[in-house]
Design a protein around this ligand. Structure first.
Ligand code: FAD
Length: 397
């Protein structure tokens, strides 16, 4: 160890949501905290989150909103530091917020408010944040201290917290460091994949749907295991929108998804009723009352879309309902980590304490936030996991 090594109580790698929360809590307990980050600013993902307004939590949080190989693991942390605790903090800073889509809480003004709040809390807790700091090596010495060698010199501490996040959005400084550290210390990793990510389409669907770019439809999207209600958005690359992002976290390559484009309509009754009064109008004219006009021939084909209502016998009406309410699409793939909001998989929860996030293999080593195999749905759940897991570690490091 070089003479200039900085000794501290707690070293946290990653000045994102989880790392900052852990730094605040540990600092409040009087622990000397240093946070290291290779980015030039802390909390970059906080700033870009929720379209710049940070969906910082959700009013309804339960383990069912998270994906993990151990679905029970997140319960303890989420119940010890809840959405109400975070809302209290936000209210203490008088940050204006509002609820959208049943439970999702966003800043009225800017995600900057959340980051400013966290940095002010860090300042009060006297946590030292070192930016532009590349981690080169990590060792645990026989005297139970961790030594972290960086581009800014060596640091040593008895508690080392890995809060370096997942692989999503490399241009926002995402890196695999946390997974490498876990492997180095003998932890099992679940394979990582991109989650909350748009789908790309197979070439024939891409051609067929290219003209729909920009159209958004309130739908229910499902596979054999789950379903999500929300908008789908046609883009020039494929399919996006909240319901698509949600199902992407449950999608396996090669799987078909089912889209119900009219989840609140009895299509058979709708067509039959209007057949009686307007037998000669085209199907596409009728459907334009409930769907974007351009979408109709893309889903049904020009021929069907142009038929008069009187051409639809009961079996044809039923077939039509199936086409519109069980529209089958086999995505070509996903856009991957370039645009994904989260990374599924990661550090196996079964080798961490659910109460403290400490490794069961290496005393003094902690993993928090997205690097852990806990991934939330769209809707503020991922930040709540970062706050809750960071808070729990912050009580004990
Ligand atoms: C576009 C986008 C929008 C999102 N919107 C929302 C939302 O509205 N609501 C929600 O709940 N979730 C949202 N998320 C997800 C949420 O941002 C993450 O789940 C959350 O930030 C994870 O927190 P974390 O602290 O674990 O990781 P991060 O916040 O990613 O922080 C990790 C930190 O570690 C640093 N780091 C990484 N590698 C190294 C290294 N090698 N050396 C040093 N430092 C390193 C990074 O620079 C970063 O500062 C969004 C994600 C994206 C990409």
């Amino acid at each position: 160890m070089s003479a200039e090594a900085i000794t501290t109580d707690v070293l946290i790698i990653g000045a994102g949501a989880a790392g900052l929360m852990c730094a605040i809590e540990a600092g409040k307990r009087g622990r000397k905290v240093v946070v290291l980050d290779h980015a030039d600013r802390p909390g970059k993902k906080i700033l870009m989150s929720g379209g710049g307004r940070c969906n910082f939590t959700n009013l309804e949080i339960s383990a069912g909103n998270f994906i993990s190989h151990n679905p029970h693991f997140c319960k303890s942390a989420l119940s010890r530091y809840t959405q109400w605790d975070f809302i209290t903090l936000v209210d203490h800073y008088r940050i204006p917020w509002h609820e959208r889509d049943l439970g999702k809480l966003f800043c009225d003004d800017s995600a900057k408010d959340i980051l400013r709040m966290l940095l002010e809390e860090c300042r009060q807790a006297q946590a030292d944040i070192q930016l532009d700091c590349d981690v080169e090596a990590i060792e645990k010495k026989a005297n139970q201290t961790f030594t972290v060698t960086t581009s800014r010199g060596q640091f040593q501490a008895t508690s080392l917290v890995i809060a370096s996040g997942g692989l999503s959005i490399p241009r926002m400084c995402a890196s695999p460091l946390g997974y490498r550290v876990a492997e180095q210390f003998g932890h099992h990793l679940w394979p990582t994949t991109a989650g909350l990510v748009p789908f790309t389409l197979q070439s024939q669907d891409k051609q067929r749907l290219a003209a729909l770019s920009g159209i958004s439809v309130a739908s229910v999207v499902s596979n054999a295991r789950v379903q999500f209600r929300g908008n789908i958005l046609f883009t020039h690359r494929g399919l996006s929108g909240p319901a698509i992002l949600q199902i992407s976290s449950y999608w396996k390559a090669g799987e078909t998804i089912t889209i119900n484009l009219l989840p609140d309509l009895d299509v058979v009754v709708f067509v039959k009723t209007r057949q009686a009064t307007q037998p000669n109008i085209k199907l596409k004219t009728l459907l334009a009352e409930v769907l974007p006009r351009r979408l109709i021939p893309a889903v049904l084909g020009e021929e069907t879309a142009n038929k008069p209502l009187q051409a639809f016998s009961q079996p044809r009406r039923e077939a039509l309902a199936r086409q519109l309410q069980s529209w089958q699409i086999k995505p070509g793939g996903t856009e991957g980590y370039r645009t994904a909001e989260v990374t599924l998989g990661g550090v196996d929860c079964n080798e961490l304490s659910s109460k403290t996030m400490e490794s069961s293999k290496v005393a003094g080593l902690y993993f928090i936030g997205e690097v852990v195999d806990v991934t939330g749905w769209l809707g503020g759940y991922n930040f709540q996991w970062a706050w809750s897991s960071g808070w729990c570690a912050g009580q004990v490091v």
